[in-house]
Every structure is written in structure tokens, then in C-alpha cells.
Design a protein around this ligand. Structure first.
Ligand code: LLP
Length: 390
């Protein structure tokens, strides 16, 4: 198994200010190659969900590999354009698009607005009319499919705010012919994130086929279906699961989605593309004995990585200053922020840990840096790329 940290990087870490995000772009390269291989020979188009990580070097590599971009804000659309993605590679979803974001997308001539409500359809029509432009759209539906993941990152149930609901179809079909500035290109779905039980995608495929059937019966000939993202990664054992199983993921769609002649199937993968390419490196400031446990107090906090505090997410933590020492103790690894939820892991077994040791919090390439905050007036962590210290 390839080691994520080689000797040279570990040596260089000793001279760096912590905390910092450490990226190995070779992992990203391998991941992108695996995606391309698994999706080859099918009319599949992959968009990268830029919300997962918008670092310039990450985006450059993704562009090199020819992926499109999935965005959920005007700022993300601008970021993709600034990084040289073609407007026609950019899809724009989101339940609450502001008027100025809609204008920006129209002016740029993006691929589609993935429209999430009937009211949004009317607003885009109005803005398009004012501009005298035609606008390409896809309709985001809520398929009511359980993604079997954390409730905060479940998006495809009727109780969730996302997408147009099944019961709104009659009203939708009445409205659509009146919207002469909108050009309906496709259907869009996204049921959630960090999906590990891939059988839920089979349920999504069945719903996709039903929706397609309904639209065909109404005489719509669609260019594409977009099934979103959500493919999960191996947080428990990153070294064993460095590259997600894209073959298995795509094979479900190959088998179960019925595409009509000329149609393509679009995906929006975020986490699976970039999560394993980075680790958050933090230094132990203090080790303190609690009543039930030891605390390893580190210099990164929920300000650098909020996933454990927000979703009780597990990230593997390693003491990279210590070798394979036999003496192991359990620690609650906590940050310096004045919140008890500022905890990266409880009862984590580590080699005997001391002030000055470096810990690596793994699998933090996705939804790590991008979700940082400046709470407690803290500065953002630095970004270090492996090839810069080699
Ligand atoms: N498409 C849409 C419309 C989305 O809303 C998302 C993610 C994706 C694609 C990409 O999903 P992925 O392939 O990355 O699972 N902050 C959370 C994850 C939030 C995901 C939001 N939407 C976390 O740290 O787990």
C-alpha cells in the first residue's frame, strides 16, 4: 500500500507553521484517471462539484482532465469562469438563487440553470425576457429516495427543501409552455452526500426512468439527465480506500438508467474526486488528563475542519511524529475553540502523544478548507502541496 506521507514530507513538516492542509495532487490525478476509465464508452458527462474544494491547483487539474463544473452560487460560477472553464461546462443548481446570480449565469451563457421551484422558473423567465435572451434549463426534481446517509446531507426526501416535488407536476406542465424564454434541456436529481450503500442509486435510477417516461409522454425530447453526486469515500481506512469504487458506481447507472437515443447522463461528483487528496496537519499543544480520558489539545479546530462538530463525522487521526510504537493510549483530540463540540474524535487510540507531536486528520480534501471560518478571529490554515516541498 502506498503511504500518504513519505519521509521527505514528514521531514519538511517539522519546519512548517501549523495547522495546514497538505495536498497530494498525484492522488487527485489517479482519482481522475479512475473516473475517466470507469465512465469511458458511455455517454456520460462528469461535472466536478466545486463546493467540495475550489483551490486553484485542484481546479487546474480538474480542467486538464476535461470535467465540467457543478455550482450552487454565483460566486462559484464566477470562480469556474475565472479558472478557464467554458460557460457551457457549468451547471448551476441551488434552491435560493438571487436575481443577480441568475443575471450572471444568463450573461455568461452557462450550460443550465438547474431550477428548483416553480417560482424560480417564473423569475428566470422574467429576467430572460428583460434581457431578450433564451435560457437553457434543467428541472431539479425531488425524487423522494432515501440516500441512507446523515440527515444533514440528505437532500432527496420530500421533507427536504430541494427540487420540485412530484405533486407539482400538473401545475408544472401547465406552466412550461408559457415560459417561452426557457429551453428545457434536462432533468436533474441529487439525493445526498457520503452515500456508502450504493443500492440507493438503483432506487434513484427507477425514479429517473419514471420521470423520463412522464416527460416523453408529454412530448418533451430531453438532451440529458443529471443524477447528481454523492458517492461516499472511505473515512475509516483511507489508505485502503484511496480511490473510490467508480466502476461499481457507474455500473449501476449503466445497468438501470434507460437513456433514449442522443441523450447523455450527467454526474456531479465532489467528495469522491478530492476527499482523499488532503490531510489536515495539526500540532499537539497540550496533553491534559480528564476524568475519563486524556485530552490531546491541538492547534486546529472546528474553524479549520467543521465536519466532526457539524455532522459527528469520523476522520481518521494519526500521530505522524511517532512511529509504530507499541504503547497506545486513548485520547479525545480537541481543538482550542470555546465550544465543546470542537472535538475531532473521542477515545482515539494513538501512540503515547506529547506536546509538539504532529497529528494528521485524514480525508479532508472535500468540505474541509472550503468550510473554514474565522470564528474566534482565527486566521485560515495554509495550503501546502506535496510537490512544493519535494
Ligand atoms: N450536486 C449537488 C446539487 C449538490 O448539492 C452536491 C453536494 C453535490 C452535487 C456533490 O455531492 P458529493 O459528490 O460531494 O457528495 N458539507 C457536507 C456535504 C454537503 C454536500 C452538499 N451538496 C459534508 O461535509 O459532508
Amino acid at each position: 500500500m502506498k503511504q500518504f506521507f513519505d519521509e521527505k514530507s514528514l521531514k519538511a513538516f517539522e519546519g512548517l507553521t501549523t495547522p495546514f492542509y497538505f495536498y497530494d495532487l498525484e492522488v487527485l490525478e489517479e482519482t481522475l484517471n479512475a473516473i475517466k476509465k470507469a465512465a469511458a464508452d458511455h455517454p456520460f458527462k462528469i461535472h466536478y462539484a466545486i463546493k467540495a474544494n475550489a483551490n486553484s491547483r485542484v481546479l487546474e487539474k480538474i480542467k486538464e482532465h476535461g470535467l465540467g463544473i457543478d455550482t450552487v452560487s454565483g460566486e462559484e460560477v464566477s470562480c469556474a469562469l475565472e479558472h478557464g472553464f467554458e460557460p457551457k461546462q457549468i451547471a448551476f443548481a441551488g434552491v435560493g438563487k438571487r436575481d443577480d446570480e441568475i443575471e450572471l449565469g444568463i450573461d455568461a451563457g452557462i450550460f443550465t440553470f438547474n431550477v428548483e421551484s416553480l417560482e424560480e422558473l417564473k423569475v428566470i423567465q422574467e429576467i430572460a425576457e428583460k434581457k431578450g435572451k433564451m435560457v437553457d434549463i434543467a428541472l431539479r426534481f425531488n425524487p423522494n429516495v432515501n440516500a441512507k446517509t446523515h440527515e444533514y446531507i440528505t437532500t432527496g426526501l420530500e421533507e427536504n427543501k430541494f427540487g420540485i416535488n412530484f405533486w407539482e407536476l400538473d401545475e408544472l406542465f401547465e406552466l412550461l409552455p408559457k415560459l417561452d424564454r426557457l429551453n428545457l434541456l434536462g432533468l436533474h436529481f441529487h439525493i445526498g452526500s457520503q452515500i456508502r450503500d450504493l443500492s440507493v442509486y438503483k432506487n434513484l435510477c427507477n425514479r429517473v426512468n419514471q420521470f423520463q417516461e412522464i416527460f416523453r409522454q408529454r412530448g418533451y425530447d430531453l438532451d440529458h439527465v443529471n443524477v447528481g453526486g454523492g458517492l461516499g469515500v472511505n473515512y475509516e481506512d483511507p489508505d485502503a480506500g484511496m480511490i473510490p469504487d467508480f466502476e461499481e458506481f457507474f455500473s449501476i447507472f449503466k445497468e438501470f438508467v434507460k437513456l433514449y437515443p442522443g441523450q447523455s447522463l450527467h454526474f456531479e461528483l465532489g467528495r469522491a474526486v478530492i476527499a482523499q487528496s488532503a490531510a489536515l496537519i495539526t500540532k499537539v499543544l497540550y496533553v491534559k488528563k480528564g476524568i475519563k480520558t486524556n485530552f490531546a489539545i491541538v492547534d486546529a479546530g472546528m474553524t479549520e475542519l467543521i465536519r466532526p462538530a457539524l455532522y459527528q463525522a469520523y476522520h481518521k487521526i494519526e500521530n505522524i511524529s511517532k512511529g509504530k510504537e507499541v504503547e497506545v493510549e486513548a485520547y479525545d483530540v480537541v481543538g482550542p475553540i470555546c465550544e465543546s463540540s470542537d472535538c475531532f474524535g473521542k477515545r482515539i487510540k494513538l501512540p503515547k502523544t506529547e506536546r509538539g507531536d504532529l497529528l494528521a486528520i485524514r480525508t479532508t480534501g472535500a468540505y474541509g478548507e472550503v468550510m473554514s471560518s474565522n470564528y474566534n478571529l482565527r486566521q485560515n490554515a495554509k495550503t501546502i502541496y506535496k510537490d512544493e516541498i519535494h
